[in-house]
Design a protein around this ligand. Sequence first.
Ligand code: P1T
Length: 386
Amino acid sequence: MGFDTDAIHAGEKPDLTGHPSGDVVVPIHLSSTFARRDVDSPTGGFEYSRSGNPTRFALEQKLAAIENARYGLAFSSGLAAETTICLSLLKDGDHVVAFDDLYGGTRRLFTKVFQERFGIEFSFVDARDPENVKEEIRNNTRLVWLESPTNPLVRLCDIEEIAGIAHDASAMVVVDNTFASPYFQQPIRFGADVVVHSTTKYINGHSDSVGGAVVTSDDILYRKLRFHQNAAGAILSPFDSFLVARGIKTLALRMERHEKNAFAIAQFLSGHEKVAAVHYPGLASHPQYALAQRQMTGFSGMLSFELKGRKTHVKKFLRNLHLFALAESLGGVESLIEHPATMTHASVPHAERKKVGVNDSLVRVSVGIENAEDLIADLDQAFGAL
Ligand code: P1T
């Protein structure tokens, strides 16, 4: 089936035999537990809502379908999903190679929790060059952790080539696909073992639910992830599962518009005298434009740019905007803008931020699906008032 058909139908086929109501939308099953006829096995397939819930299960089938994978799991946040991956696959003494440009919260989870408290080692490398990943791989490397495009510099890495390198060393590859969304990129096609999402972003798409997803096609891995999800308990609620499933139904339409608007804004910014650099993989001037065309079917709605001037200019510019809300998060229908150095990436030590290139003049934009001319006019007036 096509992506847009799966997005609507997967996990939600009306059951006219078992379900007299014939719901075309999966109901929100609030029951925390499920009765059984005998002690030996759950009668309806569910026993307790942490372990499995019909609304969440419907969403999980949808998540798997849109990533072209076999299994999906829905979590209470993107970071809960990441935590469960680490719990499932790593132990004391293991080593992980990670892209150095990552969401600040992911880096904080790796360094402040898994490294400091649980003895797992992390090396952060510029994965734009697969050789940098190869050089860092050690005997105890169990995982290679990637984002593509990255948060906030919108950098890419060659998933297929890095998966080859990792698999040669018997390491697994996790790709955080939050920025691209499964509509524009399906990392499992390129050899990723696990895909993770903050569903808070494009997948839900309406900035009204915090959630996460893990997707895989590997049976053994799925069983481990499911075990740890149930053991640690970081599940998505039935109501949020309903919201996310509803969001997915319009993902294809939304992503087309996010991309169209982002391209228009990237072009506007590229020609602006107050802008020093624009990071958007859909621009032919992006250093990884060729990789973007090969690996992605579109360029999404995320971009960042560097404003000429100092931090005071950036602050003034952000304050001058009317349509763009100054807020963390991304991927919703409304446009958001933020300053990574003081907001989403404030938890990354200054020296590390500098090394990666997240400087004080960097502004990140999540382009919404409003009228592009209105968005450009808002940016234009904010530049004009500088
Ligand atoms: O916020 P949460 O649902 O826990 O997801 C964490 C996360 C994971 N991966 C990526 C690529 C992310 O961007 C995020 C969350 N990011 C933001 C809140 C942000 O503004 O960048």
